[in-house]
Design a protein around this ligand. Structure first.
Ligand code: BES
Ligand code: ZN
Ligand code: ZN
Length: 497
């Protein structure tokens, strides 16, 4: 699917050449490409402004059937994300025009002001991710993804970047996997079915797994997971995925283990603290953390990652019914800590409390990271495109934020003020699950979780905003975004995990 091509750009045979163009600087050193850009600028309506396109057919001397000039705006605004967006939008145009292949002409790295590898990665990622069509539930499949996406560059760069398309493709396929799980409707992903779907995908890779069903959840004292799932006829599960390269002695050197925990609420109706009807359909996405963790593990296995990563994935459906947990009910979590459930709609933290404590006890990880669509408050604070990172460990938070900058899956470090913990004080149990006030709701959620990390270095990533895009994004169709997969793979690659 993704590949790098080189040679004479004019002789490149494809349906469409895509030429990135800045409004105030030439990005291409290849004289043939420069001449094409010259030609484009002679046309009155094209200036290389951001998000503008010029499509020419039958260009003199060009073998490709079309040339799409894609505007990037001013040079000063260029970064990796600008190239991801450009590639994604170009491929979307290709899908609209029912093309089957495209070749993106890579700008000169110096001229673009980015190192060659991140520049090439960004173009390949944007193209691959923008080529995703989710039509599993459409009777008529009207939009077809392109079959072949190429990056055209000079022979020297082509050699240096030879391994890149394969790696980018593996990582982006992980993102697509997560997207499809998130976009799937809740009637097709009851906890049992979702876990089986996760396992089916994981089994094909070098991953081992364990599933705790309702009975073993009870035996293990997982009061949090059981409370969330109590109202649904579809009973909860805990899935553990284990990627362990040490087992096969593939790796020598320092051994470390990272545990990833992902919130898997297959539908969040709110329970007895029922949500309002408006937009409730979007709550099918409340398992985006679980999808991201599963897809990350699968991706790491495919990449033959060098240290152990375990995924602990609690999955439940939060429904109101005669069996549902009530406001005021007190439960005992896996760690022994009791929780008064003052709002049944703050269910994610109950699932995560058990899963985190289990991850710590069973795997003694060096680092624990949870991904969760945890709070509407985080969406109010940071909007729909930026995730909140909550950690008492500034180095870990810094790594995650840096990985977000590198991947375009943006993260922002939020405070963890100890004194806010009093907002969670319960008269009857060790803690309440929510604070009395809505103010600072994302922070009190994170503070609640931190107590279940049992002293292990921990970061909580609230992905309630960026996990789902109702209208789609520049390189994403409407629905699940797969947010977190590229981010986590990047964090792991930085070695700090
Ligand atoms: N799943 C929601 C959070 C959410 C909101 C995710 C919007 C995606 C988009 C979560 O379980 C929830 O309902 N949280 C409550 C917490 C409150 C009761 C303290 C919320 O955000 O209102
Ligand atoms: Zn909820
Ligand atoms: Zn929820």
């Amino acid at each position: 699917m993704l590949n790098i091509i080189t040679g004479d750009v004019l002789k490149t045979i494809c349906q469409c050449l895509v030429v990135p163009v800045c409004e105030d600087k030439l990005l291409h050193v290849d004289p043939a490409v420069a001449a094409l850009v010259d030609k484009a600028f002679k046309i009155k309506e094209f200036h290389g402004k951001k998000d503008t396109f010029l499509l020419l057919y039958d260009v003199d001397g060009v073998k490709a059937e079309r040339v799409l000039f894609a505007g990037l705006g001013p040079h000063a605004s260029l970064n990796a994300e600008a190239f991801r967006i450009l590639a994604g939008k170009s491929v979307k145009k290709g899908i609209q025009n029912e093309l089957s292949d495209m070749a993106l002409v890579m700008p000169d790295a110096d001229a673009a002001g980015l190192p060659a590898e991140p520049l090439a990665s960004a173009l390949l990622e944007g193209a691959f991710l923008g080529n995703h069509v989710f039509d599993a539930y459409k009777t008529e499949k009207t939009r077809k993804p392109l079959k072949r996406l190429s990056l055209f560059t000079d022979s020297q760069a082509a050699e240096a970047l030879a391994g890149l398309p394969g790696r980018v493709e593996i990582i982006c396929r992980g993102t697509l996997l997560a997207r499809e799980w998130v976009s799937m409707p809740s009637n097709d992903k009851t906890p049992d079915r979702l876990v089986r779907s996760f396992v089916r995908a994981a089994e094909k890779e070098d991953l081992s797994f364990t599933i705790l069903d309702e009975k073993s959840l009870k035996q293990n004292g997982m009061g949090g997971i059981l409370a969330v799932g109590a109202g649904s006829r579809c009973k909860p599960r805990l899935l553990v995925l284990d990627y362990n390269p040490y087992q096969n002695q593939k790796t020598a050197g320092v051994k470390q283990t990272v545990a990833l925990v992902g919130k898997g609420v297959t539908f969040d109706a709110g329970g007895i603290s029922l949500k309002p009807a408006a937009h409730m359909e979007e709550m099918k996405s409340d398992m985006a953390g679980a999808a991201a963790v599963t897809a990350t593990l699968i991706t790491l296995a495919r990449l033959e990652h060098h240290f152990r990563v375990v995924g602990v994935i609690p999955v439940a459906e939060n429904m109101p019914s005669g069996d549902a947990v009530r406001p005021g009910d007190i439960i005992k979590t896996y760690s022994g800590r009791t929780v008064e459930i003052t709002n049944t709609d703050a269910e994610g933290r109950l699932l995560l409390a058990d899963a985190m404590a289990y991850a710590v006890k069973m795997f003694k990880p060096d680092i624990l990271i949870d991904l969760a669509t945890l709070t509407g408050a985080c969406v109010v604070a940071l909007g729909e495109k930026i995730a909140g990172v909550f950690s008492k460990d500034p180095a870990l938070a810094g790594e995650i934020v840096a990985a977000g900058d590198a991947t375009g899956e943006r993260c922002w470090a939020m405070p963890m003020p100890d004194d806010y913990k009093t907002l969670l004080k319960s008269e009857f149990a060790d803690t309440n699950n929510v604070s009395d006030t809505r103010h600072g709701g994302a922070i009190t959620g994170a503070l609640f979780l931190a107590d279940f990390a049992q002293g292990v270095r921990h970061a909580h990533i609230d992905i309630a905003g960026p996990a789902y895009a109702k209208k789609g994004g520049d390189y994403c169709p409407p629905g699940g975004t797969g947010f977190g997969v590229r981010l986590m793979v990047e964090v792991m690659g930085r070695g700090k995990g």
